[in-house]
Write a protein that binds this ligand. Structure first.
Ligand SMILES: [Fe+2]
Ligand SMILES: [Fe+2]
Length: 245
């Protein structure tokens, strides 16, 4: 397993990577714009959260588990998400569309997250959203020929895989401190939360997914596979997710 210190090093180094050439002029057809705009605006908003609730949960957790570097790792993780939000926002500015301030899916998710203050719920929530994000950004990339937007998506996709590893590692620690009954109940809770969120995401962004060549059947299969992989990693005696990085 990576230590929080390793993650701090990884995020610090990754934040210095600049993989987008902002000299490229955006080139979005009106058909592409129609397919992607609403979803692009909604995810741009979703990526811009200040992360204060997550930092609060991480601070509480880190002091209980004597993992002082964990809060710093979480702060850098949030910074990376904000970088995604900023890049998507910059793209919206360039194509003359506005950055939205409110969206029902985002408000619902924020409200739900606000009810939970423990690290376990946060890691489950983040893994769920990141799993959908991987499919979403691949579809966004496939739904356009705009070179600049495709580069923005590639940059996000490169960042997202380690995000999932980072969260699964933490959930592995928390999960394996439980007895068998609690593990079973947690699994049930995780299952319901994960797949109901997956349905909401599909409902809100199906136009984009379809434009990226993913119908409901494929989407569901991809989400199910990601869920299985996560559970498999949680059930292992030792966390080995660092191999993904
Ligand atoms: Fe992100
Ligand atoms: Fe992420």
């Amino acid at each position: 397993m990576q230590t929080s210190k390793n993650w701090v090093q990884y995020f610090t180094q990754n934040l210095q990577q600049h993989r987008i050439d902002w000299n490229i002029v955006p080139n979005l057809t009106s058909n592409e714009r129609q397919n992607i705009l609403k979803s692009l605006q909604a995810w741009q908003l979703g990526e811009t959260s200040d992360g204060s609730n997550l930092i609060k949960a991480a601070t509480k957790y880190a002091s209980k588990s004597n993992d002082e570097n964990y809060v710093e790792a979480i702060k850098l993780f949030i910074k990376e998400e904000q970088k995604h939000g900023e890049n998507l926002g910059r793209y919206l500015d360039l194509i003359g569309e506005k950055r939205i301030k409110k969206n029902w899916g985002d408000s619902l998710f924020r409200k739900f997250r606000g009810l939970h203050t423990d690290m376990e719920f946060w890691t489950i929530a983040v893994i769920t959203v990141e799993s959908a994000a991987q499919i979403f950004y691949q579809c966004l990339k496939d739904a356009t020929n705009c070179k600049l937007l495709r580069q923005i998506c590639t940059d996000i996709l490169i960042d997202e895989a380690p995000h999932i590893s980072f969260q699964i590692e933490r959930l592995h620690v928390i999960f394996n401190q439980k007895n068998r009954l609690m593990k079973y109940l947690t699994y049930k809770y995780y299952y319901v939360f994960y797949f109901s969120t997956a349905l909401v995401v599909w409902h809100a962004h199906q136009k984009l997914f379809k434009a990226g060549g993913v119908d409901f059947g494929r989407y569901w299969k991809k989400m199910s596979l990601k869920f299985e992989k996560t559970i498999e990693k949680l059930s292992k005696k030792k966390s080995t997710t660092y191999a993904n990085i």
